[in-house]
Write a protein that binds this ligand. Structure first.
Ligand code: SAH
Length: 257
């Protein structure tokens, strides 16, 4: 017997054109929306209006539990995430909560994850194809993992010559970490390596900037920015109309034998 259901929905970076039809359909049928305030604000007015349950950004486990409890009471719940819900977002908290609750509390609740366009794809699309070869996503936040682990990963990523998309690059409480990350990457890559800053992608005030590892000004980055640092093969150029493109060729030079 199905009681209620819960979907963790990726809203995409912002605007509705970057939202999948599946995400919009789940939102349209929901009785309850659960999420961090600024993400709920990305959801348009719906008729009939669902109940909006607003949470603080740090209360992920509480949010997940709250959503699942509502669904267990027969509601049609959508937990919202920006971008893709599986990338540094709410899908994990919900699946973790399902794993933890082994007492049958959520029996009969249908849970699904609805994917979305992640910030790195959105930024890449704006400038061309910087993620065309191997790449990785790394969160610079040390709220949920020790900073030493972040540094270790940055070293590994730099050593492996991967393009890297940095999420959660900076915040009021984490002012110096991005500078340190650039120092580590700069130890392996040339100052001319292209760097893409995508801010408020798909939202009002969107700003995309192409710079280099050597010229990057940390002051241009905030928590609504995704920072992409190229690999040794990433190239940037201006076309005849003055638009700057960034791409990473699919083919990688052969290692000298
Ligand atoms: N689930 C989200 C990521 C959440 S982590 C996704 O898949 O995109 C939050 C970080 O994502 C921010 O600090 C920022 O680095 C990035 N981000 C999310 N939305 C963004 C947007 N519209 N424009 C630029 N960066 C964004």
């Amino acid at each position: 017997m199905i009681l209620g259901r819960l979907a963790v929905v990726g809203l995409g970076p912002g605007s509705a054109v970057w939202r999948t039809p599946e995400a919009s359909a789940r939102l349209a049928g929901a009785t309850d929306l659960v999420g961090y305030g600024p993400y709920l604000a990305l959801v348009p007015e719906l008729t009939p209006p669902p109940v909006r349950h607003e949470f603080d950004n740090r209360e992920e486990a509480t949010r997940a539990q709250f959503g699942l409890d509502l669904a267990a009471r027969g509601r049609d719940v959508v937990v919202v995430s920006s971008g893709d819900p599986g990338i540094f977002a709410m899908a994990t908290a919900v699946v973790e909560e399902l794993h933890r609750a082994d007492d049958g509390r959520y029996r009969g609740v249908e849970v699904s994850i609805v994917p979305g366009v992640t910030a790195a794809s959105a930024a890449a699309a704006r400038v061309g194809a910087p993620l065309g070869h191997d790449f990785c996503c790394l969160s610079l936040s040390d709220v949920l993992k020790p900073w030493a682990v972040v540094e270790q990963r940055l070293e590994a990523v730099a050593g492996a010559d991967l393009v890297v998309a940095l999420y959660n690059p900076i915040s009021r409480h984490r002012p110096w970490q991005l500078g340190r990350a650039m120092e580590i990457l700069g130890g392996y890559r040339s100052p001319s390596t292209p760097v893409v800053l995508g801010r408020d992608l798909g939202r009002t005030g969107e700003a995309v900037q192409v710079t280099t590892l050597g010229a990057l000004d940390i002051a241009d980055v905030d928590m609504r920015t995704v920072v992409m640092v190229g690999s040794s093969t990433t190239r940037a150029f201006k076309d005849v109309d003055g638009h700057t493109w960034v791409y990473t060729p699919r083919a990688y030079p052969e290692a000298p034998s």
